[in-house]
Write a protein that binds this ligand. Structure first.
Ligand code: UDP
Ligand code: MG
Length: 324
């Protein structure tokens, strides 16, 4: 039996550029592939005409499947759903806005044929991006690296191709606060990198604003590393130790030796120092604990990761979606 490649593309409010992306950029490349292929378009609760547009595409081309979410669940979840739906021997994910150039898919496939199990697109240059986006991204990888997460190469993106074996393992992961690429990087397997230039959007606006990106960064830190907890643990023990030493010093200097240094410690001074220290300690440790508890909470809720709107999904494999 011939091999098949699945392409997973999350679509969220892409009505302006999608047809241009599909017809001008993607389709010509798909036609050149020597394998069979399927295209899984995940409609992530678009509020514009995106759904109608991709349903239309699926109507005309049986290679195309539409997986329709009941609301917006975010790109990370959309990718996860698409990968679960995919049946190919390799699964490739890419954005629907043309920023990740489809003409490179042959290079990804080549690297996969050469034995790469996770072929990762690394964003070398930004064509047109704000200062905040650039510095933010750099800072993110710096912090992640500082926290001991060494599996992630700076600039790694979701423009990637994974082998069936990786997809099968990825599908077994159940955590909710997920960063697709972070999880994949963590999973191991044979990684190969391809540099590419991050292009401009064909049309429309990016839906990742500062707030969402910040949330994504915090989620990455908490889900991939426990260093924040450790750091505050250290600060906490330092404060406790320092106040203990200070307390003993005051006791001895003032009360045992009769204040030879003329420091004139009063009981109120000592008490306020200790209380301030303790309050600081409690607050910081509480803040960090809360962060972790919020994640435990999300996991414990055990809600389904996404809910599929079956009426609007197209050409799905019934047996497979039932499990999801
Ligand atoms: N996207 C999605 N759900 C969202 C936000 C974005 O499925 O909640 C899709 C979007 O349609 C696009 C890709 O994810 O195909 C990347 O989104 P965007 O271009 O906004 O992000 P950026 O280019 O800034 O990474
Ligand atoms: Mg984009």
């Amino acid at each position: 039996m011939g091999m098949k490649i699945s392409f997973v593309i999350p679509v969220y409010n892409e009505e302006k550029g999608f047809m241009k992306f599909y017809e001008d950029l993607l389709l010509p490349e798909l036609k050149k592939i020597k394998y069979d292929y399927e295209l899984i378009l995940v409609n992530d609760g678009s509020k514009d005409k995106s759904l109608e547009i991709i349903q239309d595409v699926a109507e005309k081309d049986k290679h195309v499947k539409v997986l329709c979410f009941s609301r917006n669940f975010g790109k990370e979840v959309a990718l996860t759903a698409g990968i679960r739906e995919a049946s190919g021997d390799a699964v490739m994910t890419m954005d629907a806005d043309g920023q990740q150039p489809p003409k490179l898919i042959h290079e990804f496939i080549q690297k996969w044929e050469d034995g790469g199990e996770i072929v990762i697109g690394v964003r070398g240059k930004f064509e047109k991006h704000g200062f905040i986006a650039k510095t933010g991204s750099k800072l993110f990888y710096k912090i992640l690296n500082g926290m001991g997460v060494k599996d992630t190469v700076p600039g790694s993106t979701d423009f990637r191709l994974i082998d069936r074996c990786v997809a099968d393992e990825y599908n077994k992961l159940t955590e909710h606060g997920r960063i697709t690429r972070g999880l994949m990087d963590w999973m191991g397997f044979k990684k190969v990198y391809i540099d590419y230039i991050y292009g401009n959007r064909l049309a429309g606006k990016p839906s990742y604003n500062f707030k969402k990106l910040f949330q994504l960064a915090i989620d990455s830190f908490v889900s991939l590393s426990t260093t924040p907890l450790v750091i505050f643990g250290w600060i906490g023990s330092f404060i406790t130790l320092a106040s203990l030493i200070l307390g003993i010093f005051v006791l001895i200097e003032e009360f045992a030796m009769g204040d030879p240094m003329q420091l004139k410690w009063t009981g109120t001074t000592c008490l306020s120092i200790f209380i301030t220290f303790l309050i600081g300690l409690v607050l910081t440790s509480q803040a960090i604990t809360a962060l972790y508890i919020s994640h435990i909470h999300a996991e414990a809720q055990g809600r389904p990761l996404y809910i599929i709107d079956r009426k609007n999904s197209r050409n799905l494999d019934a047996g497979k979606t039932k499990k999801a």
